[in-house]
Ligand binder design. Structure first.
Ligand code: ZN
Ligand code: ZN
Ligand code: FE
Length: 754
């Protein structure tokens, strides 16, 4: 029999065709394989048994770095072949191309790098068809030496020979060696070194407690020993970052296990080709407080380049954090780093291979047994998500201004950009714009419509307007819930969208929302009751101020020196807003309990509150009994947050232990979620639940909600391939727009089904 087989997914630039050829030869299958616009196309002739084996192996196996999304086979007229061979790529423009993300160093290359007899012994930039940088150094497609920054390094004779003959390096566009490739360099002030000498200098500096800048894959990183408090403190000075925990890179799995508990799913995630930072529960506190002292979790990851492996093998675990100044984009240009903070930085370890696309390390975790991305960047971008929904015309979805990330959708493929940080930083907006243009060009996508957030002040909205495309505006929390619907192809669900802030359809600050979603429409069925807050967006960091506003709403007395000013602002409605934000409620409770009253980084107060609750759980402290009153008001259920704050203030006055209240608060919220879901199910039979929004980064709350809802018979969906925070909303926006059509003048959109 003869079959035409298509393999969809990330199968270009990862040695996929040689893999197919080996498989075919092994099983006695004859025919051809070629790339066709990023899809692998196989024509296979074999007997039935061999063909079944072949298909089974294609579906269940893949070379490292490949991500097979689907294998489609259909019978074609009988053909005869003498053998199985790799044939010329064909370029049709039917589908957008697929291109692999950056790949971690493979086992074979690692072994060569450690083998004194190998010609690439201790060469940090060793790579082959299955490993090495990809998207970060891509300038244009097609993927060949001329299209990537390796074109600055002409191959030597030996590399040339391997390129044409060696199985593992045939057509390996990134190959190089100590002769011809990028070389390691060290620089500090006047001092410069190269190759092994540079490496040795870097190692001895790290061991002596210096902070180094290293050139990684998607940008510079800062590294230092996690056991050296002065080094960690210096790193915080360089990054101008107060408290946010740092991630640590470990030389191997065993060293991670020594300090963190690691489940099977977490190990799979740590070892996956993206090599993300994975948030793991700490067993003990192995490092100095400055690393992640206050957190229950440690962001741990494995080396993904030869350089990382050589450094961690020599120094042990290293703090490894994005090389940027707080809030700004990750640095990718040598000239921006070489003169940075010479007094604080012990030196720069780098090389001359240019980075084209800035990509931070990705961050992920396992929750309820499933991986969930928190920051989707290196190792994931630019692999698209394959959606069930098809976009008739290419769509550009802008995402939001915080944790900005856009999405280009064409056909059933959604290409999400990397993480850009917050666009209020001018430099971040520039990087966002540059990468939008770049991604459109590389993938040949010219959007026919744009989608943005409803917020009138968002920069992403301005950028969308400047495109001149028909523009659709989507409410923030609707986009959150839709991001879950897109991932699982849901046609309806009841979504809980909890986050810090999003512009509501009534102009209020939303963030504690229950949206009943059907197709592209939503109905707000429940919300946190409104409370009046003052101070605008800037005040969202000041949890003590938020708590004061809640105190006034609750009629609580306070001798806080700022009280008269706040009272005046609230009474005269100066810079005030009605808020149903869940994030602000967490801030207020954290401040009322005296846990934390200022956010030096996003979510700091909420994280401290969760930690207090988790402490109560581990110490088996009985949670203080709290409950939300839920009242129906003009068809919308209102969770009375002011009454809850009153009960909490009362408990504090009575001297109830803080962890007991913190845990009681989390449990009360989870029960309220359950109550709302039950009520909605009674009315309309909805049993599909989706939880999204940044507040669900809270592990304790998420696990409790999932447990209660699952026990109650709901099917619960969480974000997995995209973050539950604002980094995921562009997917929801694109998915909604794909099901709607703009009027020709762009003034209105209607649903396809009318
Ligand atoms: Zn390799
Ligand atoms: Zn060479
Ligand atoms: Fe949000």
């Amino acid at each position: 029999m003869t079959l035409s087989i298509f393999v969809l997914g990330v199968v270009q630039g990862v040695g996929y065709r040689p893999f197919v050829a080996r498989l075919a030869e092994e099983l006695g299958v004859k025919g051809t394989v070629r790339n066709n616009s990023g899809v692998v196309e196989i024509t296979a002739a074999a007997d039935k048994q061999a063909m079944e084996n072949f298909l089974h192996r294609l579906k269940s196996q893949q070379p490292s770095g490949a991500q097979v999304a689907r294998v489609v086979a259909r019978p074609v007229p009988e053909q005869q072949f003498a053998d199985f061979r790799i044939i010329e790529s064909s370029r049709s423009n039917a589908e957008t191309p697929l291109f692999p993300p950056d790949l971690p160093i493979c086992e074979d290359c690692l072994n060569e790098m450690r083998n004194p007899a190998d010609r690439r012994y201790r060469y940090p930039f060793i790579s082959c068809v299955a490993c090495g940088p990809r998207y970060s150094i891509l300038e244009s497609l097609p993927y060949d030496r001329e299209g990537i920054t390796m074109r600055d390094f002409p191959m030597c004779g030996d590399c040339e020979t391997e390129y044409t003959t060696q199985t593992r390096r045939r057509h390996a566009q990134t190959i190089s060696c100590l002769e011809c490739g990028p070389q390691l360099l060290f620089s500090h002030g006047e001092e410069t070194r190269s190759k092994e000498d540079a490496l040795q200098k870097g190692i001895s500096l790290l061991q002596s407690g210096a902070v180094l800048a290293l050139k990684g894959i998607g940008g510079y990183q800062f590294a230092c020993l996690p056991t050296n408090p002065e080094a960690v403190e210096r790193l915080r000075q360089i990054k101008r970052r107060d408290k946010k925990p740092f991630a640590v890179m470990f030389p191997n799995m065993e060293s991670i296990r020594a300090v963190c508990s690691v489940s099977e799913e977490e190990e799979t995630l740590l070892r996956s080709p993206a090599r993300p930072i994975v948030l793991l529960g700490k067993k003990a506190e192995p490092f100095c407080d400055g690393v992640s002292g206050e957190s229950r979790f440690l962001g741990a990851f494995l080396p993904y380049t030869g350089l990382h492996q050589l450094l961690t093998d020599a120094c042990g675990p290293l703090v490894m954090t994005s090389g940027n100044l707080s809030g700004e984009p990750i640095l990718i240009r040598d000239e921006d780093v070489l003169n940075l903070e010479p007094d604080l930085l012990g030196g720069v370890l780098y090389h001359t291979r240019r980075i084209v696309t800035p990509l931070d390390d990705s961050v992920a975790r396992v929750i309820c047994g499933t991986p969930q991305l928190i920051r989707r960047s290196r190792g994931y971008v630019p692999a698209p998500l394959f959606l069930e929904q098809q976009a008739e015309k290419p769509i550009l979805a802008m995402g939001g201004d915080l944790k900005a990330c856009f999405c280009l959708m064409q056909g059933g493929r959604a290409y999400l950009s990397q993480y850009f940080g917050d666009l209020e930083e001018y430099a971040s907006e520039q990087v966002y714009r540059q990468n939008l243009t770049r991604m459109e060009r590389i993938f040949g996508i010219s959007p026919a419509a744009a989608v943005c957030d409803l917020h009138p002040g968002y920069r992403t909205g301005k950028i969308a307007e400047q495109t001149g495309l028909p523009l659709l505006k989507i409410q923030h929390h609707h986009a959150h819930v839709a991001s879950v619907m897109a991932e699982y192809g849901l046609s309806h669900c009841l979504g809980a969208a909890f986050d810090g802030t999003g512009y509501g359809t009534d102009g209020c600050v939303w963030g504690g929302e229950f949206l009943y979603c059907r197709g592209t429409s939503f109905e707000r069925v429940a919300q946190l009751s409104y409370v009046t807050l003052c101070g605008g967006d800037a005040a969202s960091k000041d949890a003590a101020l938020t708590a004061l506003c809640y105190r006034f709403a609750a009629g609580e007395e306070t001798d806080d020196p700022r009280a008269p000013m706040v009272r005046a602002a609230l009474n005269h409605r100066i810079n005030t807003a009605e808020s149903s934000s869940m994030g602000r409620l967490f801030d207020a409770v954290s401040a009322l309990l005296g846990i934390r009253s200022y956010n030096t980084y996003e979510g700091e107060c909420a994280i401290a509150l969760e930690n207090a609750a988790a402490q109560a759980k581990t110490q088996e402290i009985i949670p203080y009994p709290l409950d939300f009153e839920i009242k129906e008001d003009r068809g919308i259920m209102k969770l009375d947050q002011v009454a809850l704050v009153q009960s909490i203030a009362k408990a504090v006055r009575q001297g109830v232990e803080v962890p007991a209240i913190a845990l009681g608060f989390h449990l009360a919220l989870a029960r309220a979620v359950q109550e709302v879901f039950r009520t909605v199910r009674r009315k309309n039979g909805e049993t599909v639940a989706a939880l999204s929004g940044g507040v669900f980064s809270n592990r304790l709350l998420t696990e409790e909600c999932v447990r209660l809802l699952t026990e109650d018979g709901f099917t619960v969906y969480l974000n997995s391939d995209v973050p539950c925070g604002d980094g995921g909303i562009s997917l929801g926006q694109a998915w909604l727009a794909a099901q709607m059509v703009p009027e020709t003048d762009g003034s209105q959109w209607s649903r396809k089904d009318g």
